[in-house]
Design a protein around this ligand. Structure first.
Ligand code: NAD
Length: 536
């Protein structure tokens, strides 16, 4: 029985300002200062397991500070998590939609109120986000995912085929058969919440493997789900070794879907793993993956220089450039470049990098040593590269934490590897182009990088905007006109890309909900035919 609620289009959760001296800012400072090491269990079928086989989580901006210990599952528990999900699936699927939706709406309320400060603080401490980056992610976007998914699911479930005078036709929105494996990245606390709950809302049972680098904040969300009354076993929280858990999940005949966000290379390996196990599955697993990006910014000669410079600074350096949508390559007319450079340098001179607990900080540290080492190597190589000029930044230090200075590079080679590879750090490379070559930029942008996630075009000339938007039709799943390429809002800019950027199933929209249901068509004849002849 699915009684559909009639919920209105939700409002986006408003951000809290956290202005100095406000009660929320004082509370945040108290929670940040009082944070003690959290033991994060594996949770299977509602039972918490502290295996003592632990991995330490350290603060990226203060690498000597341990903030959490993840208790890895034992070998047997990898399989147990799947068995539990399958066991819980039938009861959960039988619950009417409104009961499942109520759990999600309750979780949204809990995150928005009693857990808001804790989940924001955990995102700051564990992932090195400033509060200006943490609240829109760990509170607002997370809450939006929960509420909008409910709205879109109810909308979807109202879709029915044509009925006639002699028969009723309807769609039964069943969950997939088996379990869904959710694998989430470190860079948005909200994404882990969406990857696990979107399939669950549609009636599926889930094994959720969070990133160990965001496990602290992800575990707080899991606690919100428990408080909200999510039945045991519907979402199993398994902060396991990624390769081990994935191998077990992909080799299960009951795998019904993978809901993934992270790097392209890992998604390709998951896809290959599914392919290798294809003959073992009971059903064809749904594969949904939102992956890497190489966001571009294209400026026309008519662009507003101030707006362009601000967009570059914000989109390249907010959260240390660790957004799939970050501005990572830019194409700017040569005649505008000196003015843009001047403004970027002025902004960078006043942009503080440091401990995210300090309200003045704009940029924290990159996530871990591996990321720091990778970025440092690229910066070092850039220093001695004849095709690269360092305009700003270019240095890094890991004395206290993994700090990489906001870096602007200029290249004379538009096909340089820095214009192609996802760096996932605070580095943007700019190709100043001959003003007359505007029409040539479209094919160049389209063919330079394997990704197609985000892009921006800046111009005050509507003809140029239209031209670029048309020519770049397959270069990005989300294109922004006179706006930076980051900051998609649930319900406003459904998000996702193609090519190397993923399956473009638009997280937080009805398109994503559709992937977690396997519709059954039901025809009920009012009077069964009793004649075998046609036309009788
Ligand atoms: P990552 O690929 O390192 O990890 C993502 C997840 O995969 C984690 O849970 C990790 O533990 C797991 N994983 C790692 N190795 C694995 C393996 N061998 N088998 C199975 N799972 C494995 O990515 P990350 O560093 O956490 O996140 C950054 C990446 O995510 C960037 O490439 C970024 O562009 C992408 N991202 C994309 C979007 C989007 O919407 N397109 C959003 C956020 C992040």
């Amino acid at each position: 029985m699915n009684l559909l609620p009639d919920l209105p289009f939700p409002k986006n959760e408003p951000e809290w300002a956290y202005k100095p001296g406000t009660p929320e800012q004082k509370e945040l400072a108290r929670v940040l200062a009082g944070h003690e090491v959290v033991d994060i269990p594996t949770v299977i079928g509602g039972k918490e397991y502290f295996s003592k086989d632990t991995v330490e989580v350290r603060s990226p901006h203060n690498k000597s500070r341990v903030v959490a210990r993840i208790h890895r599952p034992t070998e047997a528990q990898h399989r147990e998590a799947i068995e539990n999900a399958i066991k819980s699936a039938a009861d959960w699927a039988r619950l009417p939609f409104q009961s499942r939706a109520a759990v999600m709406m309750r979780a949204a309320e809990i995150v928005g109120s009693e857990l808001r400060t804790r989940i924001n603080a955990a995102t700051m401490i564990g992932q090195s986000k400033t509060i200006d980056q943490a609240d829109p992610d760990a509170a607002c976007e997370l809450i939006d995912f929960l509420r909008f998914n409910v709205f879109y699911a109810q909308k979807l479930m109202r879709e029915n085929p044509l009925s006639t005078a002699t028969a009723a036709n309807r769609i039964d929105w069943r969950p997939l058969e088996g379990f869904v494996y959710a694998v989430s990245p470190f860079n948005f606390t909200a994404i882990g919440a969406n990857l696990s709950t979107a399939p669950a809302l549609m009636g599926n049972a889930v094994v959720w493997k969070p990133s160990e680098k965001s496990a602290l904040a992800n575990y707080i969300f899991y606690q919100a789900l428990q408080k909200a009354g999510l039945p045991a076993g519907v979402i199993n929280f398994v902060p396991a070794d990624a390769a081990t858990m994935t191998k077990v999940a992909l080799s299960s005949p009951e795998l019904a879907g993978v809901h993934y966000t992270g790097s392209t290379a890992v998604f390709r390996s998951i896809w290959a793993g599914v392919g290798a196990n294809m003959s073992n599955y009971r059903t064809f697993p749904r594969l949904v993956g939102e992956t890497g990006g190489k966001g571009f910014v294209l400026a026309h000669l008519s662009a507003d220089v101030e707006a362009l410079a601000i967009a570059l600074v914000r989109a390249a350096f907010e959260f240390q450039g660790q957004k799939c949508s970050a501005a990572s390559r830019a194409y700017i007319p040569k005649s505008l470049w000196p003015a843009v450079t001047k403004r970027i340098k002025e902004r960078l001179a006043e942009l503080p990098v440091g401990d995210v607990a300090d309200p003045q900080t704009f940029m924290g540290a990159v996530i871990d040593k591996a990321s720091f080492d990778r970025l440092s190597a690229r910066l070092k190589a850039a220093q001695g590269d004849a095709e690269i000029k360092v305009i700003a930044g270019g240095t890094a230090s890991d004395e206290v934490g993994y700090f990489v200075q906001p870096t602007v590079l200029e290249t004379s080679n538009p096909r340089h590897a820095l214009m192609n590879d996802e760096l996932f750090g605070p580095v943007v490379t700019v190709y100043p182009y001959d003003d007359a070559k505007w029409p040539e930029m479209f094919a160049l942008i389209d063919s330079t990088s394997p990704y197609a996630l985000t892009g921006s075009v800046f111009s005050t000339d509507p003809v140029a905007l239209h031209q670029a938007s048309q020519a770049l039709v397959n270069s990005a799943g989300n294109i922004y006109l006179n706006e930076k390429p980051t900051g998609a809002v649930i319900g406003q800019q459904p998000f996702g890309g193609m090519r190397g950027s993923g399956t473009n199933d638009k997280a937080g929209s009805w398109m994503n909900m559709l992937r977690w249901t396997s519709p059954r068509t039901v025809k009920e004849a009012y009077i069964a035919p009793t004649q075998w002849t046609f036309g009788a």
